[in-house]
Ligand binder design. Structure first.
Ligand SMILES: O=C(O)CCC(=O)C(=O)O
Length: 452
């Protein structure tokens, strides 16, 4: 999970003090001051960002911070070190060192037990099941009829357009019945086997609130075309993911752009402007540790990030709501959830906060518990959380995500073990050619500028 470093009050006080004593501020310094002040204002208006991301507790500092300013490298928190103790003090943990050791956790987790939310429940509406609410129907796009549709059929494009509309408006969409439930049921068995007898070179990682996560191996059935190359999914990804602000920009520049996006009204098309495209330089050519190196420096739009499986054991508590990525804001990473265990109201489905990707704060959450064979697509900037699993079995879900170059996802090549990086690459080579063809077609249709 990311510990994202907005300007602290201290930083702002220092900046303000200097501002008083230096009558003639340089243009750059003044801009920084504006950034801090505007961020404070925008954050107050927009509500508190939940600062977290799937894998980022290992990399709890920004990759753009210099070693000297922090006194350590990301991920270098050693048990017992001074730095480690100060982290412990700053992030009191409910996990004892003994428990952490038993879980195989060598570094302290800034989010303690991984972000369990034991506070007051929020109103929920459910998409399916006995508690299904008519209010939730606007988040669902029926797609069962596409299973028999020919490739390139107009129906596929029609459903993609509907789904895109929902996604843009609310930050997530349920594609109901798009996959064959029998095939998906098989995946659950594979997931359970893979997680319980992990091959050498793979390591599962704890995820907030008692979950764990592992990269999937590049092999059948995970590579199946009906899932990884779904025409419907790739069409939506190619059209939706358009935020290239992380490509070649440092943290401060991304913050500044994010603030401008919020203050300009929070329109997703704002990101399509060519001024917000990649910035040439070292950060673009070689994204730092934890930042995505998908694709190449000369192109924009989405590529496949990685494919993973998550398990939510029996009795797991609900998570705190969070965003999987913070910068550079929405439309930079799109996550596809494939429920492998049939999702029920109380076996650990995900709850989503509609329109939170546009910085709106709704008073309720939408629990997506669609039938097996359905997908949920969500902007990783949308607030969401895993809910409690009250059942006596583990709930499995597969996730794969598409992203633009440079975003800080927190994943490194070795995050899931020394072998995992090779599997990530193989997945990308499998899916990207098809996706990129569609990305280029769409960019050309729209007349959006992109470097060739
Ligand atoms: O419970 C899960 O499957 C995933 C939870 C989640 O959204 C997260 O930890 O980012």
């Amino acid at each position: 999970m990311v510990f994202f470093r907005w300007k602290s009050e201290n930083d702002q006080a220092i900046v303000a003090g200097r501002a008083r004593s230096q009558r003639r501020l340089g243009a750059r310094f003044r801009r920084r001051l504006n950034v801090a002040a505007t961020i404070a204002a925008a954050t107050a208006v927009a509500g508190v960002l939940t600062l977290s991301s799937s894998a980022q507790w290992l990399l709890w500092v920004s990759p753009w911070q210099s070693k000297s300013s922090l006194g350590l490298r990301p991920g270098a928190l050693r048990q017992g070190s001074e730095r480690c103790e100060s982290v412990r003090a700053a992030f009191p943990t409910s996990l004892s060192p003994k428990q952490a050791k038993e879980l195989g956790i060598e570094t302290p987790m800034p989010f303690g037990d991984g972000g369990a939310d034991l506070e007051c429940p929020r109103p929920k509406v459910y998409t399916h099941g006995p508690c299904r609410s008519p209010v939730a129907s606007k988040f669902i796009v029926p797609a069962g009829h596409l299973r028999s549709a020919a490739p390139g059929s107009p129906e596929t494009l029609e459903v993609a357009a509907q789904a895109l509309e929902v996604l843009r408006q609310y930050g997530f969409v349920v594609l109901e019945n798009v996959l064959d439930p029998v095939e998906v049921q098989e995946l659950e068995k594979h997931a359970a086997r893979f997680l319980s007898s992990m091959p050498d070179g793979f390591v599962s990682q704890p995820l907030r609130a008692n979950r764990s996560q592992l990269h999937l191996p590049f092999e059948e059935p995970w590579t199946s075309d009906w899932m990884m190359k779904s025409e419907l999914v790739l069409e939506i990804v190619a059209s939706y993911v358009c935020n290239n602000l992380a490509a070649g920009r440092n943290e401060e520049d991304q913050q500044w752009n994010w603030v401008q996006w919020v203050t300009a009204g929070g329109d997703l098309d704002w990101f399509r402007n060519s001024e917000r495209g990649p910035v040439p330089g070292d950060l673009l050519n070689s994204p730092p540790q934890g930042c995505s190196d998908v694709g190449s420096a000369g192109e924009i739009g989405p590529w496949l990030g990685r494919a993973m499986v998550t398990q939510t054991p029996a009795g797991s508590p609900p998570q705190k709501r969070h965003r999987d990525i913070i910068l550079p804001g929405p439309a930079a990473q799109l996550t596809i959830q494939v429920g492998l265990t049939p999702l029920l109201a109380n076996n650990g489905p995900l709850g989503y906060f509609p329109r939170s990707h546009l910085m709106h704060t709704p008073g309720y959450e939408v629990v997506a518990n669609p039938p097996l064979g359905s997908l949920v697509l969500y902007d990783s900037f949308t607030e969401h959380r895993g809910l409690e699993n009250h059942h006596d079995y583990t709930r499995y879900a597969m996730y794969y995500e598409f992203e633009t170059r440079g975003i800080f996802s927190g994943y490194t090549d070795e995050h899931f073990g020394e072998q995992a990086g090779a599997h990530t690459l193989a997945f990308r080579q499998h899916v990207d050619p098809l996706l990129r063809r569609r990305v280029h077609e769409i960019l050309e249709e729209r007349g959006d500028a992109y470097p060739r």
